[in-house]
Ligand binder design. Sequence first.
Ligand code: PXL
Length: 295
Amino acid sequence: MTAAKTVAALHDLSGVGRCALTVAIPVISAMGAQVIPAPTAVLSAHTAFPDFVGLDLTDYLEKCLEKWCEMGLSFDCIYTGYMATVRQEEIARRFFDAQPGAVKVVDPVLGDDGVMYRALPKDMPQAMRRLCRGADVITPNLTEAALLTGGICESAAPDALPGTKTDSRTYTAAELENLLTELMELGPKTALITGVPLEGAHVNAWMGGDGRMHAVDYVPVPASFPGTGDLFASVLTGALMRDMDFEAAVRLATAYVRQTMLHTVECGTEPVYGVQLEQTLPSLLQPIPKEALSE
Ligand code: PXL
């Protein structure tokens, strides 16, 4: 047997509302890798709740990552998500440089439904752009892709809250390919956009070194929950740590997010609390058989 791979996870720890570390830790652990968390902030509840208290951990993050390097640790993966300050991005970038052997997965958490998360500093998109340069994989949604490329995001109402998602417009394959090309110009090895309504299909689409667009399509679940982007990126990270090829990893993440959203709809819980992943985690313990991924 070989030892578990190690994933340094730079995300917030939100108490109420599953997202960030409360998603990454169970998912990646279930998939067989060890999560070593470096919280970027602690929050009583994620920022889609109308009221929450939070503690910015920028100084702690810097000291923590420096300490890990002093300890001589080398990680198999660095997985970043929600960052509370621009300085956290600089700290993460230094950590990337100090860990050349790690696979870098950057989930550029900036917004959803056409709006930037209100707790973020206004210059966060520029900072995330810089972090993307050092990434092996970036996983923005359409709103984040627009914020990263300076494009206009045509989506939900400006005050949209989770659970009130309005349909965003349909993209043509050429438009999506252009957006992926723009993201690749930021410098990642692979850019993946989640949740794209494409003509006649919904897809998670990506572009890698071959400069071509690839996509996995899925039947959308008519519901919206905060944290599903974190869920997707966490399954993708766990799958890459299992040495799955990229397309198989995307298929697994797509299938698991869909299964968990369907289950949550059946439970009828308030969307803001996130998806009921605790009850679907068992399906990540073993790779989903090929036949189950064909839908
Ligand atoms: O799911 C992304 C996310 C992560 N972290 C915090 C958030 C959100 C989305 O609202 O508020 C703190």
